[in-house]
Write a protein that binds this ligand. Sequence first.
Ligand SMILES: *Cc1c(COP(=O)(O)O)cnc(C)c1O
Length: 232
Amino acid sequence: MNRVEELEENLAEVEERIAKACEVAGRSRDEVTLLAVTKTWPASDVEILYGLGLRNFAENRDQEAGAKVGQLRHLSEARWHMVGRLQRNKAKSVVDWADQVDSVDSVRLAEALARAARVRERTLDVLLQVSIDGDTSRGGVAVADVAELAGVITRSGDLILRGAMTVAPRTMEPSQAFQALASVVSRLRDDHPTAIHMSAGMSGDLEDAISHGSTCVRVGTALLGSRRLTSP
Ligand SMILES: *Cc1c(COP(=O)(O)O)cnc(C)c1O
């Protein structure tokens, strides 16, 4: 089987899982975006997935992503997300390739991204990355600090708060983490009308996330296969 056939088959399986999960949850398929996590995979795989109809792609390392997106400027409808931990000194570079940063977890990072966006005379869509178990060493803002960070983002004028994301901690049942994120997002929506998105669910747990209201599933392995390189 060639790579096109392989990705086509994987995509069909993922699409079937998403459709089934939406049906079980009584939700419309349109409410859930499939974000293809293409980290460690070549630009040619992104071209194949684009050809199969996907438009939303995610990377987790600034340097790798900058190079890849640079080769893919002809995919004019592609929309790129940064989903990895981000150092403040990479803010300028990330704004050059990312349409949305899903991993904003500190006031200082938000301020650096806002400055970088202003210099480029653009706005930048962002999600708050929330640490559901409070272990912020692995990235994410503690639930108690969400409201303050959301306020900083909204007041900046350069960043547009689109919602929140989480990676389910290994120490917790995913469904518990997704339920906690759903309540964070529902509170955010009350104060910030643009903050409608809940990004949760990966290859292993997307059904669970959709049943808890996820509007964006981030899928790497189930679409592209096991990553040969480790991506921190
Ligand atoms: C790699 C990654 C994913 C995709 O994980 P899979 O288990 O390969 O689907 C999702 N979200 C984030 C933040 C990632 O870094």
